[in-house]
Design a protein around this ligand. Structure first.
Ligand code: ATP
Length: 354
């Protein structure tokens, strides 16, 4: 079990800064996601926590002890890679027992440990098979088995499901999460897949260009994005953005965009300048009435819902509505926004205005 505290952690490669001063806390037993697009610095952050990369500055505390400059072997952390990193010529049992044998654990104890891990992962039946011929999913289970067999303080996982096809990936994600819930060990998990992060994580750090954009629970990040980057990166289709120039007073509950006034959550601070009105597709409703109107450009059927693209004076808007609502291309529809779910952003900084 481990609580991990990251304080002003920074990594430079020559004159390139891969991770800007990052700070966050991973609670004991949490399933913690590092999420962001390719190259944003998530793997580098994970590698620093695991001890595979030396920080340029800042501290890493595991259970209160600063370990940032200690070798990986002294941190008691297991690393699970995307590339299964197994020994293909050995059978499953030997792959899983390898870390214990190399520690010099007595044979009987090793056998008992491997049997227990195999039972947890449901792979008792393949212990004597060579890993070379196993399916992707079984290989991933063996890789997990090798990581959990020595009961480390924490797990670091770098896109562990990246090599699996979409359908199986979802199944393994559920399995992994269930395994975590049974074992309760702190897990730090790198992914660029926002859905995976939302489904699996207790907490998420969203990174972009080496900077932490937001840190919080999946629901909070989805409902209250701190920046336009987060709002755009999380959710599919992503949040609609309408750019406009205007002003809002402190305490305002509506904002004027051209000829129309739209409801917003109560503002704490005043703002004047270029703003962006952000609303998720599912927080838009279409009606026959309403003076904010647009023309339907497309309707994409998704089963219970459909995504309707509407051309308005302020730009294109995507709305997620029930598929029982009949819409045809060329229809003129009224558009309403769920005021409580709107986010206003400062257009220049991209930060949410509250
Ligand atoms: P990906 O999902 O593509 O791996 P990532 O978010 O995990 O992306 P990192 O692997 O942490 O990103 O890399 C962050 C940046 O640092 C990238 O621009 C990468 O090219 C650079 N980088 C990583 N390792 C090194 C290194 N050893 N030397 C120089 N640059 C590096």
């Amino acid at each position: 079990m481990a609580e991990i505290v990251i304080n002003n952690l920074r990594k430079e490669f020559g004159d390139f800064t891969a991770v800007q001063s990052s700070s966050f806390k991973i609670e004991d037993g949490e399933f913690f996601m590092l999420l962001g697009p390719s190259g944003c610095g998530k793997t580098t952050t994970l590698r620093m926590i695991a001890g595979l990369e030396l920080p340029t500055s800042g501290e890493i505390y595991i259970d209160g002890e600063e370990v940032g400059r200690r070798p990986a072997s002294e941190r008691d952390i297991a690393f699970v890679f995307q590339m299964f990193a197994l020994y293909p010529h050995m059978n499953v049992r030997r792959n899983i027992s390898y870390p214990l044998v190399s520690q010099g654990m007595p044979r009987a104890e090793v056998r008992a440990k491997v049997a227990e891990v195999a039972r947890i992962l449901g792979i008792e039946g393949i212990l004597d098979r060579p890993v070379g011929g196993l399916s992707g999913g079984d290989r991933q289970r063996v890789a997990l088995g090798r990581a959990i067999v020595r009961s480390p303080k924490a797990f670091m996982m770098d896109e562990p499901l990246g090599a699996l096809d979409a359908e199986f990936r979802e199944h393994m994600a559920e399995e992994l999460r269930a395994l975590h819930d049974r074992m309760g060990a702190t897990t730090v998990y790198v992914t660029h897949d926002q859905l995976e992060a939302m489904q699996m994580g207790d907490k998420i750090v969203v990174m972009n260009h080496g900077v932490i954009e937001q840190f919080g629970r999946p629901q909070d990040i989805y409902d209250k994005p701190a920046t336009m980057f987060v709002a755009d990166f999380i959710g599919s289709p992503s949040m609609n953005f309408l750019k406009f120039h205007g002003s809002v007073e402190a305490g305002a509950t509506s904002v004027r965009m051209g000829d129309h006034a739209f409801g917003i959550p109560e503002m704490r601070e005043p703002f004047d300048g270029d703003m962006v009105f952000g609303v998720r597709p599912e927080h838009i409703h279409l009606s026959d009435a309403g003076d904010f109107r647009g023309e339907v450009l497309a309707a994409e059927y998704l089963g219970t819902t459909q995504i309707v693209t509407v051309k308005t004076a302020g730009g294109r808007i995507k709305a997620r509505v029930g598929s029982d609502r009949r819409v045809r291309m060329g229809d003129h529809v009224g558009i309403g926004f769920d005021a409580a779910r709107v986010t206003l952003f400062d257009s220049q900084s991209g930060r949410a205005l509250r």
